[in-house]
Write a protein that binds this ligand. Structure first.
Ligand SMILES: C[S@@+](CC[C@H](N)C(=O)[O-])C[C@H]1O[C@@H](n2cnc3c(N)ncnc32)[C@H](O)[C@@H]1O
Length: 301
């Protein structure tokens, strides 16, 4: 049954419910988690298992000691921020950690008082809900296509692509050797190496890879990891090498936001056009429209 037919069937059923009971039924439809099993698939379980494997290899803030520069840069952030890797820890898991007193969603705004304010949460990976949104709602059919994740970190985008898409090749470029080792460990354990490759390199040395790609994912790749001059250099390199007409770029945040404070000279209107996305989708009870709305899609002109 396709969507229009199913919608008619639901409306017809609602029309038969007694008027006194209808508000209760509608309230249940709006708030229930009972539908989650319908959208929960075997691939979700595999992705959850991968997250569990990686959790045991990572500190709780999802940052490695070898990320000196990124840690230093983040400590300069004036807003109290907590680092939680959304691929490793879903919202429910964070709630449990807060209940157990192992994590807090608030900080004391006036030391010693009870005045508290919410902490800002920062994730360095896509969550599992965001990955499903990416592959099932943002990107077209990827059969035969090559996808590159620039700064592939724990490999979330690559593993999600293996499970939720038919992409022929999923290539991760990651500058940090430790993260490359973790991704390789998962490739071996889950036998993903037929479609996933991880390249330990600065993406700014990978011209031919970028030129051949059909989809390039750039999730907060430079802003927290490089100084502004290096960020400008990296974006100029990307814009010089991603020129194949029709190539998709998936970015967080928008390209406009990433570039606005940098001196790159990139004229976005000559390079890409933005594809409007519908963020009003249901991908299980953890669907958060606000977090999905940070994902942007562009196509090279
Ligand atoms: C925010 S994480 C992105 C995680 C992942 N793509 C995802 O969406 O789940 C950014 C990653 O980019 C890496 N990185 C930063 N600059 C890079 C560069 N020039 N070349 C390759 N990787 C880089 C960092 O080490 C970090 O692991």
């Amino acid at each position: 049954m396709d969507f229009p037919v199913a919608k008619c069937a639901v409306l017809s059923l609602l029309g038969k419910v007694s008027p006194r009971e209808l508000p209760k039924l509608i309230q249940w439809l709006k708030t229930t988690n009972d539908f989650d099993e319908l959208v929960w698939e075997n691939n979700d379980v595999i992705l959850q298992n991968i997250a569990e494997d990686l959790r045991s290899c990572m500190p709780m803030d999802g940052m490695l000691d070898s990320e000196h520069r990124a840690i230093e840069k983040m400590q300069q952030n004036p807003v109290p921020t907590i680092h939680v890797d959304a691929f490793l820890y879903c919202d429910d898991f964070v709630d449990t950690l807060c209940e157990e007193g192992k994590m807090s969603r608030h900080y004391c705004a006036t030391c010693g008082s009870h005045q508290i304010a919410p902490l800002e949460f920062l994730s360095h990976s896509f969550s599992r809900v965001e990955l499903k949104f990416l592959y099932q709602h943002v990107l077209p059919d990827l059969t035969g296509k090559i996808l590159i994740d620039t700064g592939s970190r724990l490999g979330a985008v690559l593993f999600g692509g293996y499970l939720y898409s038919s992409a022929a090749q999923l290539q991760g470029v990651e500058i940090n050797a430790e993260f490359c080792r973790l991704q390789e460990m998962i490739l071996r354990k889950y036998h993903f190496a037929d479609r996933i490759q991880v390249i330990h390199a600065d993406v700014c040395t990978q011209a031919s890879l970028l030129q051949a790609a059909d989809v390039i994912v750039l999730n907060n790749v430079f802003e927290y990891f490089l100084e502004e001059t290096e960020q400008s250099r990296a974006w100029i390199y990307i814009s010089n090498n991603v020129r194949k007409k029709g190539t998709f770029l998936v970015t967080v945040p928008s390209l406009e936001e990433s570039l606005h404070s940098l001196q790159t000279g990139i004229d976005l209107s000559q390079w890409v056009k933005e594809v409007q996305l519908d963020y009003n989708v249901y991908i299980g009870k953890e669907t958060d429209e606000e977090s999905l709305s940070h994902i942007h899609l562009y196509q090279v002109l």
